[in-house]
Design a binder for this molecule. Structure first.
Ligand code: RIB
Length: 358
């Protein structure tokens, strides 16, 4: 393997000059730089990343710890993070925890051994031990998507409570009163906060909270399928279902079809995330959009800043969710300037139609 010394000899310069050319650490004249680059090409020299990182103390890599990159939401988040990291000069190590805190700890240990420059961290649950270990080692970390209690760390989150409120308010405005909710894993703040928004919208409208309409989910399609089948078998089934993520809403659509129920006529269904699959469902899925590209861009940039300056004050940003209305809640609904409007039978548009439910 060609070394820097051999490059220096062929170029007729010092070892230090070749190092300055490779690392841009000092001015080198264009004529000398050209000689060095010609020698690198002639000898097919490949910089030794490990040697370089030992010298600079940086590896130009970051870790990305996610629950499940096969979930379209995390796939889209992961892609926006990787795009932003690439522009910033970082490679990304992707780690899937499957929501398992022990696997999360293993990955934290592995990434520390790999000496990544920083970590973007989506918590597997509500345990703070792994994150605290990283912070105690002064590893730059940005928390994304799920908050963790009592911990001082950079974070890029979205307003899940507002998202849960918007989804439920939309169903109420359509005239629904028996609104079911399929929740996320209880140990994860994103689902708990959306459920709070659901309860707030019901309470504001004077609709009693009915526990028989709130079933546990786990953010997977089969949980949506199972819960919806149970709900539709109730003596007084809900006329609307709010699933706390799109994957469970897809399961709910499947359950409604299997039960011979029309969506939205017999049961309206709304999800959360607005992943790419939502608009291709049959009927297209109403949902709450999370700003996935913005989340990824912010997370990568905040981490890059933390890597270069560990003394910055902690930076937490909470991004707004957005209601996206499609046919799974109302075939007449369109969104005009952020307001849900409804096609009346005179082909006009009227706001906030109170539709009579049978
Ligand atoms: O779909 C996975 C869910 O878990 C998303 O809603 C995301 O916010 C995460 O919390």
């Amino acid at each position: 393997m060609t070394t820097i010394r051999e490059v220096a000899k062929v170029a007729g310069v010092s070892y230090a000059t070749v190092s300055h050319v490779l690392n841009n650490t000092r001015f080198v004249s264009q004529e000398t730089r050209d000689r060095v680059m010609a020698a690198i090409d002639e000898l097919d020299y490949r910089p030794n990343a490990l040697a370089r990182s030992l010298r600079s103390g940086k590896t130009d890599t970051i870790g990305l710890i996610l629950p499940d990159s096969s979930n379209p939401f995390f796939a889209e988040i992961g892609r926006s993070i990787e795009d932003a990291a690439f522009e910033l000069g970082y490679n990304v190590f992707l780690c899937n925890t499957d929501g398992n805190v022990h696997r999360e700890q293993l990955y934290v240990d592995l990434l520390s051994k790999k000496q990544v420059d920083g970590i973007i961290f989506v918590a597997a649950g509500d345990q703070v031990d792994s994150l605290n270990a990283l912070l105690n080692d002064e590893m730059p970390v940005v928390l994304v998507d799920r908050d963790l209690p009592n911990i001082e760390v950079d974070a890029v989150l979205t307003d899940n409570r507002q998202g849960g409120y918007l989804a439920t308010r939309h169903l109420i405005e359509l005239g629904h009163r028996r609104i079911a909710c399929i929740t996320g894993p209880s140990s994860i703040t994103s689902g708990a906060e959306r459920l709070t928004g659901y309860r707030q919208a019901l309470e504001e409208e004077g609709i009693p909270y009915d526990k028989s309409l709130v079933l546990d989910g786990n953010y997977q399609p089969d949980a949506g399928l199972r819960a919806t089948s149970i709900l539709l078998e109730l003596d007084s089934p809900p006329t609307a279902i709010f699933a706390l993520n799109d994957l469970m809403a897809v399961g709910a659509l499947h359950a409604a079809a299997r039960a011979g129920r029309r969506v939205p006529e017999d049961v309206a269904i709304i999800g959360y995330d607005d992943t790419e699959l939502a608009s291709f469902m049959n009927p297209p899925l109403s949902t709450i959009a999370q700003p996935k590209n913005e989340i990824g861009l912010q997370a990568a940039n905040i981490l890059a800043r933390r890597i270069t300056n560990k003394s910055f004050p902690t930076y937490r940003i909470i991004l707004p969710p957005e209601l996206v209305v499609r046919e799974s809640t109302s075939p007449d609904a369109v969104v005009v300037d952020q307001e849900v409007m409804y096609r009346s039978n005179t082909d006009g548009l009227m706001p906030n139609a109170q539709k009579e439910m049978e």
